[in-house]
Design a protein around this ligand. Structure first.
Ligand SMILES: Cc1ncc(COP(=O)(O)O)c(C=O)c1O
Length: 437
């Protein structure tokens, strides 16, 4: 029997911009993983579930309900009813988050300028949809970049372009060139998206000097910076740089802080600071109100129960997550150190011609290490390596907007045990050796 179909042509039923993205590379990696379940996977940047502490969920929720009832002079049942309802689009724990941002991140943000979003992904979507127009505006992203922003922008028809990433973060020289180019063809660079701390996928951190310069460029060329701080909590050296938002004197930065890595991804929780104001017909209005309006048409509001749990956590821990995350950060640092050590042992100590051609960076934080190889890797190589050597990696080219990263790969160490890291590196070395020899 012939099944009925909506159309014979995919573009009639599916957004053609979605089709233009080509193959779903992350779906491909998941597919490889499920096809070779015995392979050790350096592909996924998932946090280690060992540190999730979900068992505390009800305790924090309870704490929020009790303290809220006391504070508002209501019964706990009344607070529970309130948590079961539709709620404020900007969020219900903005006061707590404002204190947390000040205590842990030295960011001064008024509760009205904060949005509690359904993950950083929603913040990216609502932010872009609020401040960019599709006709004239250009979004510049680090290249390679986290595909959450590039693919969102492309599917929705925004003009997005890449700027190379150096060992000090986004190349400011190339950024200026791009801005001048777009100005010369009548377009305006509206947003520059950066991950200053331990970038996904390259692991690099933007230097302090470049942070100052980028803020200056935003003033000169009148663009907004989207600062995505998903990995800043995972800093492994004694000194780390301040966030752009904490240095932002002229409201140039829209700040996004995902809690997926800091706590756990299933919360789908992120914090967004939008403290810009805009003037329309002589009226000065909060940009955050416009982002909130957009968010209202995406998710209506972020689940109140999840917010209440996080609010309870913040109240119980004096508005700081530092102590709570200490062990997790140390655990991740140990993994970073171990991966570097294993790479050194396997590739540096052997005095032979093939292993010297492999290089890697040494990020001061985050979940990723970037490795350079003397040959190109793509999908075929991922499958070959998974099948024959039982180890999976992500080709760096997957994160580039156009060309680039053909002979590089990203190793994510966050969700592997120390033993798996060691065995994985040995297997990877066998694969690389087989390719070079
Ligand atoms: C740089 C970056 N931003 C955002 C996210 C996703 O954040 P969320 O889970 O809060 O949507 C990720 C996840 O990998 C990421 O690497």
């Amino acid at each position: 029997m012939v099944k009925s179909t909506l159309s014979t042509h995919e573009n009639d039923v599916v957004n053609p911009l979605l089709m233009n993205l080509g193959e779903d590379v992350m779906g491909f990696l998941n597919e490889v993983q499920s096809q070779y379940p015995k392979a050790i996977s350096f592909a996924s940047g998932r946090p280690d579930s060992k540190y999730f502490s979900i068992e505390k969920f009800s305790e924090y929720l309870d704490f929020f309900v009790k303290t809220e009832a006391l504070e508002k002079g209501q019964t706990e049942n009344e607070i529970l009813s309130y948590l079961g309802q539709y709620n404020r689009t900007k969020g219900i724990i903005n006061n707590e988050v404002s204190k947390y941002l000040l205590v842990d991140e030295s960011i001064q943000a008024l509760p009205e300028d904060i949005l509690i979003t359904v993950g950083a992904q929603e913040g990216i979507a609502a932010g872009i949809m609020t401040v960019c127009n599709k006709e004239n505006d250009v979004i510049l992203v680090e290249d390679p970049a986290y595909i959450g922003i590039t693919h969102f922008s492309q599917i929705n028809g925004y003009h997005v372009d890449g700027v190379p990433v150096t060992s000090n973060g986004i190349s400011l020289e190339k950024l200026e060139e791009k801005i001048q180019y777009y100005n010369s063809i009548g377009k305006r660079v509206r947003v520059v998206y950066v991950i200053p701390d331990f970038q996904n996928p390259s692991g690099v951190a933007m230097s302090l000097e470049n942070r100052y310069k980028l803020l200056e460029l935003a003033e000169i060329h009148n663009f907004l910076i989207f600062e995505d701080n998903a990995y800043g909590d995972f800093s492994y050296e004694s000194s780390s740089y301040p966030t752009l938002k904490s240095m932002d004197k002229n409201q140039r930065v829209i700040y996004l802080k995902s809690l997926s890595k800091t706590l756990y991804p299933s919360l789908r929780l992120a914090l967004m600071v939008v403290d810009q104001s805009i003037s329309i017909d002589g009226n000065v209005l909060r940009l955050s109100d416009f982002v909130s309006k957009t968010k209202g048409y995406i998710t209506v509001n972020t689940p109140s129960i999840i917010q209440a749990m996080f609010g309870g956590m913040l109240r119980q821990h004096n508005f700081s997550l530092k102590e709570l995350n200490k062990e997790k950060v140390l655990g991740m640092k140990e993994k970073r150190n171990h991966l570097v050590k294993c790479l050194e042992e396997v590739f540096n100590t052997k005095n032979n011609s093939w292993s010297n051609k492999v290089q890697w960076n040494h990020p001061n934080g985050g979940f990723f290490i970037r490795v350079k190889l003397p040959f190109e890797v793509g999908k075929e190589e991922v499958i070959e390596c998974a099948e024959k050597f039982k180890v999976i990696f992500t080709p760096m080219s997957f994160f580039f907007l156009n060309e680039g990263g053909e002979s590089e790969l990203r190793l994510a160490f966050s969700n592997l045990s120390l033993e798996e890291i060691k065995t994985g590196v040995e297997r990877l070395a066998d694969y690389i050796k087989s390719k070079i020899e």
